[in-house]
Design a protein around this ligand. Structure first.
Ligand code: BDR
Ligand code: CA
Length: 328
């Protein structure tokens, strides 16, 4: 098949974020190989505030010589259910390494809002765009609210979020990206049937280990990207261990990277089709994602939900692709 015709057009919606940064780097490696086209990055508040996630997204693009890609500033959610996640990702969102990266060329104050960029691109390329959503769904919900029906114009919306048959990571039942704004998640779940959901059920086994960073670094120890990968992996490993995210195994969870595995290495994942919903009210369970597992006829499924991941194969692809990124 002609790659130029089939390569996905992507909008990356993200809140970098240590694991967002690793997903970012994986995507950059695939864009450099001309396996994907990155149309825009829509940043959003989540792991840290909106200005920091915007700045981090710009810096990550610049580090990889993609500074011409437009970055949107996140729509601000006025009512916050839960706090940012600086205790995991560092006060700057990037393991306190943001100052080691190139200064952003785009300005937060002059940037367009992320929902406007989503609306513009989805209108320009109906049915063609894959949205990779690595963060609270605030931007996507805002786009749908401003332009009803717009999310149906996406080819696919790939979401890292939710927890179905496992404990949550910010409350006993809920996962961070969904719990940050259950209302936004509800809008997205109710307005697209082309969702792919990668929940904690699969990402909890994705521990990126120091020896993987080491293997990548050996290809080109001097490169700026290598230095960043090593330092970020080290910083994330420390916070992850102290928050007991990896059962004491040295490393950290690259939750967001699994979205790229779905798109480019789908043989690493298994899915079931379901109607996914989210709890928006309730004392103990806001942000809990649910689908009906009872065995009776159902209609109106909206999502493919990942059930299992082959982490060895996923990491084999991840490490090899990152090697090609740092090689040049
Ligand atoms: C998700 O929450 C964030 O902290 C991570 O970047 C990831 O997107 C995991 O629950
Ligand atoms: Ca994220």
């Amino acid at each position: 098949m002609n790659q130029q015709l089939s390569r996905p057009k992507i909008i990356l919606d993200t809140d970098p974020g240590g694991d967002d940064a690793f997903a970012f780097l994986w995507l950059m490696s695939l864009v450099k190989k001309e396996l994907a086209e990155l149309l825009a990055v829509t940043s959003v508040e989540g792991n840290v505030n909106a200005k920091l996630t915007f700045t981090n997204a710009c810096k990550l693009l610049q580090l990889n010589n993609f500074s011409d890609i437009e970055v949107g500033r996140g729509v601000i959610k006025t009512q916050k259910e839960i706090d940012h996640a600086a205790h995991i990702h560092g006060n700057d969102g990037l393991g306190n390494l943001a100052q080691t990266l190139p200064s952003p060329q785009q300005s937060y104050e002059n940037a367009r809002y992320s929902d406007d960029i989503l609306i513009e691109k989805l209108t320009a390329f109906p049915g063609e765009i894959t949205i990779i959503a690595l963060a609270p769904l605030t931007n996507l919900a805002a786009a749908e609210t401003k332009s009803p029906g717009i999310l149906k114009q996406a080819k696919e919306i790939i979401i890292m979020g939710g927890a179905f048959n496992v404990a949550g990571n910010v409350t006993p039942e809920a996962e961070f990206n969904i719990a940050y704004s259950p209302e936004a998640a509800e809008i997205v779940f109710n307005n697209s049937n082309h969702l792919v959901i990668l929940p904690l059920d699969v990402t909890r086994s994705l521990i990126f280990r120091p020896e993987m960073a080491q293997k990548i670094s050996e290809v080109n120890p001097e490169s700026n990207i290598t230095q960043f990968i090593l330092a970020l992996a080290q910083a994330m490993t420390q916070t992850s261990l102290s928050h007991r995210e990896t059962q004491g195994i040295e490393g950290f969870l690259v939750h967001d990277a699994v979205t790229l595995a779905y798109l480019f290495y789908p043989e690493t994942l298994q899915f079931c089709r379901a109607r996914v919903e989210v709890e928006v009210v309730g004392k103990l369970t806001p942000g809990k994602t649910i689908f009906d597992r009872r065995h009776h006829a159902k209609i109106e499924a909206n999502a493919w939900v990942a059930q299992q991941v082959n982490s060895a194969n996923l990491f084999a692809a991840f490490v090899e692709d990152l090697k090609t990124l740092v090689r040049y």
